[in-house]
Write a protein that binds this ligand. Structure first.
Ligand code: CP
Length: 313
């Protein structure tokens, strides 16, 4: 594996989950692998978990870590070829990616969707710009359309919390005051399609995700019905895909409550808005896996970096 750009870069999900669970038991066993290697983590958007867990993962492997809040502190980048750069952008991705590659052996990129230009978002201009012009491997730390490190983490957390064959997993939309991207939901769905699960998505009408991603997946518009007898309820807000980036519904009836949860385990990638997405009683219960999910971010990232470092040798 050279780059880790999407969930499709995982060649065998069961093997990767098992390897990550082994790393979790002995996180410091491969310290020599990253010696004299540097990872650069470039953030075009905010982060808590991705920033610290990827840094921790790299440190567990003996790497040096450089972090830059590129969105606030870097030069504004131009991505198009042949542009007369007399407007806002000060530097072209061609130079920036090559320069960063001289300082780093691996580059992590976080660059969210704009949610105002679907074509540009789906072209993944930032991630693909670095992929095209960097001379070192690239890790996707959440891009416009995917968050594969989160989805891999979620696969680890699911495996740790069930021994059931074909568990029922529900991906439920929940309300949020702001327009949020589709990346977490997209990668979660793709990860579900790589597993033996009884999978259903529930959301209000108008919140259908990219049909190329949801193809063949059951959608149930009645949230209570969808959640019946679930083993896991994974909750996430996303903005409309067809009415790109719009907030069409803020109905509090879609919030996840203890009654809807039943005996299921609650999952969310965090950050989460209490009593908007999910009520306190759920988050504060033993049925919530959110803290363990955040913990597993380290071991998901660590396995990805380990495979990249092995490939560099
Ligand atoms: N789940 C997740 O990616 O968290 P951050 O946005 O805080 O990194």
């Amino acid at each position: 594996m050279k780059h880790f750009l999407s969930i499709n870069d995982i060649d065998s999900l069961p093997n990767w989950v098992n390897e990550a669970r082994s790393l979790k038991k002995n996180p410091h066993n491969h310290k020599a692998l990253g010696a004299e290697k540097t990872i650069g983590l470039l953030f075009f958007n905010n982060s808590l978990r991705t920033r610290l867990s990827t840094q921790k993962a790299a440190m567990n492997l003996g790497m040096e870590v450089m972090v830059m809040n590129f969105g606030n502190e870097g030069w504004a980048l131009e991505y198009a070829d042949g542009t007369i750069m007399d407007q806002g952008a000060s530097e072209h991705i061609k130079e920036a990616a090559q320069v960063v590659s001289q300082y780093c052996d691996i580059i992590g990129i976080r660059a969210f969707a704009s949610l105002n230009d679907k074509a540009k978002d789906e072209a993944e201009v930032v991630l693909n710009g670095f992929k095209k012009y960097a001379t070192v491997p690239i890790v996707n730390m959440e891009s416009s359309v995917g968050h594969p490190l989160q989805a891999f983490t979620d696969a680890i957390t699911l495996a740790e919390n069930t021994s059931k064959v074909n568990p029922k997993v529900v991906l439920s939309w929940a309300p949020h005051p702001k327009a949020l991207p589709h990346a977490v939901a997209n990668s979660f769905i793709q990860m579900m399609q790589m597993q033996e699960v009884d999978f259903v998505i529930t959301h209000p009408k108008g919140y259908e995700l990219d049909p190329n991603i949801t193809k063949g997946v059951r959608v149930e518009y009645n949230q209570r019905k969808a959640c019946e007898n679930a083993d896991f309820i994974y909750v996430k807000n996303w903005s409309s895909y067809s009415n790109y980036g719009m907030v069409l519904n803020q109905d509090p009836q879609w919030m996840i409550t203890k009654a809807k949860l039943g005996n299921a385990k609650f999952m969310h990638c965090l950050p989460v808005r209490r009593n908007v997405i999910v009520e306190d009683e759920v988050l504060d219960s033993d049925q919530s896996l959110v803290i363990e999910q955040a913990n597993n971010r380290t071991f998901a990232a660590q396995l990805v970096l380990k495979k990249m470092l092995e490939n560099l040798k």
